[in-house]
Ligand binder design. Sequence first.
Ligand SMILES: Cc1cc2nc3c(=O)[nH]c(=O)nc-3n(C[C@H](O)[C@H](O)[C@H](O)COP(=O)(O)OP(=O)(O)OC[C@H]3O[C@@H](n4cnc5c(N)ncnc54)[C@H](O)[C@@H]3O)c2cc1C
Length: 208
Amino acid sequence: MWGFFEKKPVSDPSILTFPDIDNDLQTAVEGMYLCGDITGYPLLKISINQAHDLVERIAAEGVPPSPSEDVYQLAIVGAGAAGLSAAFAACGRNLNYVVLEGERTANTVRNFHIGKKLFAEPLSLQLKGDLWFEECTREKLLERWDTDLSEAELNIKTGEKVADIKKGSDGIFVITTTGGTTFRAMRVILAVGKQGDPRKLGVTRRTR
Ligand SMILES: Cc1cc2nc3c(=O)[nH]c(=O)nc-3n(C[C@H](O)[C@H](O)[C@H](O)COP(=O)(O)OP(=O)(O)OC[C@H]3O[C@@H](n4cnc5c(N)ncnc54)[C@H](O)[C@@H]3O)c2cc1C
């Protein structure tokens, strides 16, 4: 979908493959990074920490000021654990950022079954940044995140599913959503997770 990643041929479909990134989570395209589940570490705490550290690193390296009003310094694609943690860090570093989320914030966790217990592994790992997380139920996490997100007034645009990203000769990324809206940014973090577009059964879901 993104055009940037080479899919390596694998004879065994049970072997998971991930996009190539360097030690700084940068893809082959300069200025475009990955974090969270898509890098191959399927845990909330690791995703949160990884995203926090990534934005700290990007900010420390220096992002030029936006050349015009419609260009963000940083676009974060996906508002799951990694994307939200990245947004808090970007906010703390005064970066001009936007989060583009195709569905709802924390969509993966919202789709967990009612009452699911969330394990905060690895227990020895200290949580970084401003996105709260500890062992709790799905409901407790969502209640806490929803409150914290509305208080922090993060710049999150939901219902903006990214379909294409191209880097122009001026070094600016043009991000196009399935609805045809475009966003421009100097750096891009893909925090899209691994859930993809599941086939749904079309049955009514109980909510609580
Ligand atoms: C059933 C299940 C149980 C789990 N239990 C635990 C647990 O107990 N403890 C634990 O630590 N981890 C658990 N995990 C793993 C945990 O959910 C993930 O590690 C975590 O959600 C990863 O965060 P992420 O931000 O990388 O991805 P996600 O949380 O998946 O977020 C990705 C976001 O990107 C959005 N998105 C995707 N594509 C696009 C697009 N094209 N444009 C815009 N937005 C897009 C999605 O809608 C989603 O909101 C569990 C996972 C599953 C599936």
